[in-house]
Design a protein around this ligand. Structure first.
Ligand code: FB9
Length: 479
């Protein structure tokens, strides 16, 4: 409709000077006309110049508004006040009374004349039709808030270089019919708007933690590691602590740090002969160790808990490996939830995902550990590492790992590591010359840093904003 009107009008007229007036004259909304103008301009069918105009919104004078609100039979003050609002009522009543247009009879307001000439309105219409008036008049009208200046944007149109009186509907696709009929030769084809937004497709989104988990999993797989089965959040104290040569009175083993189970609170199946060896190494040592020399209690080892580290799974895997006839070197990794009854703060929850790497082979040294840490963290994009001696009950030597983070401009603690103690490995039955190097870090910390999340509750838990997950960029580590 609007396109037909424009192209039709320009067929016989050189110009459409004011799109607003033209829209009003052909009875279409200016917005609809604007879209047509933009499209015709896009195809150079018309040449459109933007024009801006200043226009005064005619509010009409309060006295005229007051008068025109009184019906012939008169009206009560209150009704009129509601109708006009207190401001227009007050100003209007005074001016209308002064002009002897109205009369008050008790509560009633009545007209004294048939009609009134709204000088103000007429003046403004003349101004809008371009009649020049002095600024003094304008400012006076402004002061009386009778006019509001409004600028509006319009267009003046001329025929464009590719003007046609009727636009052939641009084809969106080149179809077989076009080819067969040959009319593709003079067919208008809609240009592909490569900037057009694709419709938002509702798809699932990987939680950022799982994005980073996948990246780190790929790094382990590329380094020849195989995943350990971590599908048991509940673990026995034996595999979580005792088998790791962690003494039963170690502070981490009390309920301040560990979630012990109330129901199903005890494990029934522990490997008897291995348990004896663990008991002995805790009590008396052996394998060159003097042990802890305390009275080791089976029932303490039988207590079930929520695992505090995935190192418990590493222990089961190393024990299983030791039961094999012949020893085969292994590279294991795990990435799964662990639970610690710790104070919750901006970076710590009572559970997090631990990432662990374990290498079990003959003659491994601390140098091998440092080497594999350099390799692993460089694939995470962390090339500058520093190592600080540390202590874990189950590794000696142990090292905290630090990386210089260019973005944060500081050294960040990025994990912990060590060589599993012989008191842990030999009772399992692993050959004397087999050493096991291992390291661990969390999944949450790198994810928070990579996605710039300062509070862990925004990353994990009921308060996570789904949009954050939706709009998070994909994670590509080490690039
Ligand atoms: O993840 C940690 N830090 C980290 C890791 C990566 C990272 O990447 C950024 C993109 C650049 C940033 C930070 N940490 C380990 C270090 C600290 O955050 C520490 O304060 C918190 N630690 C957790 C335990 O908190 C109680 C992180 C978690 C952790 C600590 C140690 C181990 C695993 C997880 C371990 C181990 C281990 C040691 C020897 C043998 C086997 C396993």
């Amino acid at each position: 409709m609007a396109e037909k009107a424009v192209l039709g009008f320009l067929q016989t007229n050189d110009q459409i000077s004011d799109s607003h007036q033209f829209a009003a004259s052909v009875g279409v909304g200016h917005t609809e006309l604007e879209n047509v103008i933009k499209s015709l301009k896009g195809f150079e069918i018309v040449d459109a110049q933007e024009i801006t105009r200043e226009k005064y919104m005619v509010n009409g004078s309060p006295e005229a508004l007051f008068f025109s609100a009184i019906p012939p039979e008169g009206i009560s003050r209150n009704t009129l006040k509601e109708k006009l609002g207190i401001e227009t009522f007050d100003i209007g009543s005074k001016a209308a009374a002064k002009n002897k247009w109205i009369a008050f009879d008790k509560d009633l307001v009545k007209r004294k004349v048939e009609s009134v000439e709204d000088e103000v309105k007429n003046l403004l219409t003349r101004i809008n039709n371009g009649e020049v008036v002095s600024d003094q008049v304008i400012n006076d009208l402004k002061r009386r808030k009778l006019i509001v200046k409004q600028t509006w944007k319009g267009y003046s149109l001329k025929r464009g270089p590719k003007y046609v009186s009727k636009r052939k509907k641009a084809a969106t696709d080149l179809t077989r019919e076009h080819i067969v009929s040959g009319d593709w030769k003079n067919q208008e084809f809609k240009e592909y708007n490569v900037n057009a937004e694709a419709p938002a497709i509702q798809v699932g989104y990987l939680h950022s933690l799982l994005e980073v988990r996948e990246e780190i999993q790929n790094i382990f797989l590329q380094m020849g590691f195989e995943e350990m089965p971590t599908n048991n959040f509940v673990e026995s104290s034996f595999w979580n602590f005792d088998a790791l040569f962690q003494p039963q009175q170690h502070p981490a083993r009390d309920s301040h740090d560990t979630f012990f189970l109330e129901t199903a609170d005890r494990t029934k199946d522990l490997p008897e002969d291995y348990l004896e060896k663990v008991k002995r190494v805790h009590e008396f040592g052996g394998y060159g160790s003097k042990g802890y020399g305390y009275d080791w209690k089976r029932d303490e080892a039988e207590k079930n808990l929520l695992r505090t580290h995935t190192t418990a799974v590493s222990t089961r895997m190393l024990y299983a490996l030791a039961q094999q006839e012949t020893f085969t070197p292994k590279r294991y990794y795990s990435i799964d939830r662990v639970f610690r009854n710790e104070a919750v703060d901006r970076t710590h929850l009572a559970e997090f995902h631990q990432i662990e790497g374990v290498i079990c082979d003959r003659g491994l040294t601390l140098g091998d550990l440092i080497g594999v840490l350099e390799d692993f963290f460089s694939r995470l994009g962390m090339s500058k590492l520093r190592f600080k001696p540390a202590y874990n009950p189950y590794t000696e030597p142990s090292m905290e790992i630090f990386s210089y983070h260019d973005g944060l401009q500081k050294w960040v603690e990025v994990g912990n590591s060590g060589m599993f103690r012989p008191e842990m490995l030999l009772p399992m039955g692993l050959p004397e010359d087999v050493n096991v190097i291992a390291w661990g870090l969390s999944l949450e910390r790198p994810t928070m840093i990579l996605y710039g999340i300062s509070n862990i509750r925004d990353l994990f838990g009921p308060k996570v904003d789904f949009n954050l997950i939706k709009n998070n960029p994909i994670c590509r580590l080490g690039i």
